[in-house]
Write a protein that binds this ligand. Structure first.
Ligand SMILES: [Zn+2]
Length: 732
């Protein structure tokens, strides 16, 4: 039996012998004891296990009616009978029962014997014990039952095979009413209570078994909890609300053949699981409903990126806003793309994290070290990242590894806890804090963790046209999404200063579906779960773990003399170790400040020295496309340009050409082969069609495409920032 922290039943599992039998309870409801003793054994507290007067009376009754109508057994004797599996009645067995009942009384207290009886008494069908019966017949705990309901349960074990709800209703009611009247006669209840109780119906059906946390139940059983009553840390109301939300989302996702999801809610204060929804309640067969997706290993997508960001800041490798290159990059044959297949040229690190840009993440990982991150992810408790660092390579940060929602949430929880200077702990469905074993000594930096949460709190998100804005409530929440390769896994994990919500959505069998992304599917569910939790204040800024540092406003690096605007920021301790701004330089312009000049072509006394924001050529090419206010380096004044010739030429297609694509024999369109020449053999060229990045070439510059009918723009840029644009039409 799995209970919530308030003691409400969340899930139950039938015993191995096919009986519904709940573990022994601590104390019986007083009304039940009253009913039971009135009905079965009035002098229970006075006799030593055997009641000679009752036996005598029973014998007389049985002789008079020439059959057995009464056993005259005490509760203690009945305990023995039930425990022995209801053997045939004869004098010898009866004597043995009496002897053993006395022994039972010597060993146990009266209260213990009553509890034992209530736990093993048969209640009809395969229902054993008061608690199981109470739940099966009334859907409630035994202490929440009315007097009529309690009386019904007190009379049931008397002849469970003959009378039970749904069968012989009249006899059951008569038996119950007889007991109620006896209670009235012995002044245990008043007349009004009696009248009301006599009017109550008896149950005619059996309640379906509660399944509010079936996967947690399975988990507890697999962890050795079989046959026990486990009081978990789950919040009953929240669990029901989360299940309701999960069902609503599943109904929608189902239409897109997405069948499975999981939601986990943790309390950051003590690591307690407040809600555990391991899967949807999809009614289709064969969709992996039994899989607990909170524990299943799934591809991580971008969900690990915050730990790299935190590590880079902790070690002073970047500052929270540092500009990072976001340009086509080839890492020895591995060329990661951003989700939208565009590049920003240069992007602030916090924005790169919030928008989950892949190229800055991979470049960062290369600088940080795969082995270092791999080791740290293990220290964070991500046990499924168990291959060697070289097995994953740089893809470790883009979903090359598999993780479990439970462990991920624990890692995020400890990141959040470090902001409040709390020690790392285990997430657990048991109540209370459990500290991590010392082998997992991941090095959190309070200031770096705070800045990581700040970056994750920002509203700048990928796939911005989609509806996440509708869900971003007034609450401050740090959150990160992930989408695995092939749209197989959608993740979203978020936290405020008190709670953490983790969501996974996908198919248990691993089938990918279009539109299955963290931002589109998992994040909305996560935000809706947050709406069910109390709003929390944001973390206090950990001033003691931060120090003031002068930063270049534009580049986010430590400021230097040529930076145009600087600001003082409270950044983590190691920020001083980081590099100074590489993007601001002093350049020489003519008197009108229109063109660049130098001392060999322009009077030195007229040269104006100006501080300028300069990006490397390729970064500038992309940066301009998303930053319209960007001022590229002014051209050289004529006669001043040290390199005055073009090095790139488009061979095919030429400007404004109209191209008819021939059909292959099988009616498919053949490919169009693009080609250009570059003077310098070792210069890489980046290709784009209609602003979409195609790839890069080195040496021989040809590219195959399958363009659609219509107008297109082909743009090529080389490493030095030289560009060439060609417009062409594909005609029918
Ligand atoms: Zn600067």
């Amino acid at each position: 039996v799995v209970q919530s922290e308030e003691g409400q039943i969340l899930s139950v599992k039938i015993a191995a012998d096919g009986q519904w039998r709940f573990p022994v309870i601590d104390s019986l409801p007083p009304t039940y004891e009253q009913c039971l003793l009135e009905f079965e054994d009035k002098h229970f507290y006075k006799h030593p296990g055997v009641n000679p007067f009752a036996l005598l009376r029973a014998t007389v009754q049985n002789i008079r009616s020439r059959k057995i109508v009464s056993g005259g057994s005490t509760i203690s004797m009945q305990c023995i009978r039930i425990a022995k599996g209801n053997p045939k009645r004869n004098l010898w067995i009866k004597c043995l029962e009496m002897f053993q009942a006395i022994r039972l009384e010597l060993k146990y207290s009266k209260a213990e014997i009553l509890r034992l009886y209530a736990s093993i008494a048969p209640f009809g069908g395969n229902i054993v014990g008061l608690e199981a019966a109470s739940w099966r017949y009334f859907g409630r705990n035994s202490e929440q039952l009315s007097i009529a309901e309690t009386a019904t349960l007190a009379v049931l074990p008397n002849a469970p095979a003959l009378i039970y709800p749904g069968k012989n209703q009249k006899e059951l009611i008569a038996k119950r009413n007889r007991l109620l009247k006896r209670l009235f006669e012995s002044k245990k209840i008043d007349e009004q209570t009696l009248d009301l109780a006599l009017d109550e119906p008896v149950p005619s059906r059996i309640y379906t078994i509660i399944r509010e946390a079936p996967h947690l139940l399975d988990r507890i059983v697999s962890e050795g909890g079989n046959g026990q009553r486990i009081r978990t840390s789950l919040d009953y109301d929240l669990q029901l609300k989360v299940n309701g939300l999960a069902n609503r989302y599943h109904n929608v996702l189902h239409q897109n053949e997405i069948h499975n999801l999981a939601v986990l809610v943790l309390d950051l204060q003590n690591g307690e699981v407040k809600s555990y929804c391991g899967n949807s309640n999809c009614s289709d067969e064969e969709v992996g409903q039994s899989v607990d997706l909170i524990q299943a290993k799934r591809s991580s997508g971008s969900i690990l990126k915050p730990f790299l960001y935190h590590g880079m800041i902790r070690d002073g490798m970047i500052l929270p806003y540092t500009l990072l290159p976001d340009i086509p990059t080839n890492f020895g044959g591995y060329a990661p793309k951003n989700f939208d297949e565009r590049f920003d040229g240069a992007v602030h690190a916090d924005e790169a994290l919030a928008r989950s840009l892949n190229v800055p993440a991979v470049r960062s990982l290369q600088e940080y070290g795969i082995e270092k991150l791999h080791k740290e992810l293990n220290e964070l408790g991500l046990t499924s990242i168990d291959n060697s660092p070289s097995h994953y390579g740089l893809s470790l940060i883009l979903g090359g590894a598999e993780t479990r929602l439970f462990e991920l949430c624990e890692a995020y929880m400890n990141l959040a806890r470090s902001i409040s200077d709390l020690k790392p702990i285990h997430a657990s469905y048991k109540c209370g804090t459990t500290e991590l074993e010392s082998s997992r000594n991941y090095n959190f930096d309070r200031g770096a963790a705070w800045w990581t949460a700040e970056a994750l709190k920002s509203l700048n998100r990928p796939e911005s046209e989609q509806g996440w804005k509708l869900f971003s409530s007034s609450q401050k929440i740090a959150w990160k999404t992930g989408t695995s390769f092939g749209f197989r896994d959608a993740w979203s994990i978020g936290f405020n200063s008190r709670y953490l919500v983790g969501v996974w959505i996908g198919n248990a069998d691993g089938e990918g579906r279009p539109g299955l992304t963290g931002t589109n599917t998992a994040a909305p569910l996560m935000f809706n779960v947050f709406k069910e939790l109390e709003t929390q204040d944001w973390f206090d800024k950990p001033m003691g773990s931060l120090k003031a540092i002068e930063v270049c406003k534009k580049s986010g690096y430590k400021a230097q003399a040529n930076c145009i605007e600087t600001e003082l920021k409270s950044f983590p301790r190691n920020s001083n170790k980081s590099r100074i701004c590489p993007y601001h330089e002093e350049i020489h312009l003519d008197e009108q400040q229109m063109n660049r000049v130098h001392g060999n072509c322009y009077p030195v006394n007229k040269i104006r020295r100006v501080k300028w924001f300069i990006l490397p050529a390729v970064q500038a090419y992309y940066y301009r496309t998303v930053n319209p206010s960007f001022e590229p380096l002014p051209d050289y004044k004529s006669g001043c340009n040290p390199t005055d010739s073009r090095s790139m030429e488009m061979i095919y297609p030429t400007e404004d050409s109209r191209i008819k694509i021939p059909k292959n024999l099988d009616e498919s369109l053949s490919k169009l082969i693009l080609q250009l020449s570059h003077l310098n053999n070792s210069t890489r060229v980046y290709w784009h069609l209609d602003e979409k990045y195609l790839g890069s070439t080195l040496g021989e510059h040809t590219f195959e495409i399958l363009p659609k009918i219509g107008s297109h723009v082909l743009s090529c840029v080389d490493e030095n920032g030289e560009t060439i644009d060609v417009e062409f039409d594909i005609i029918q």
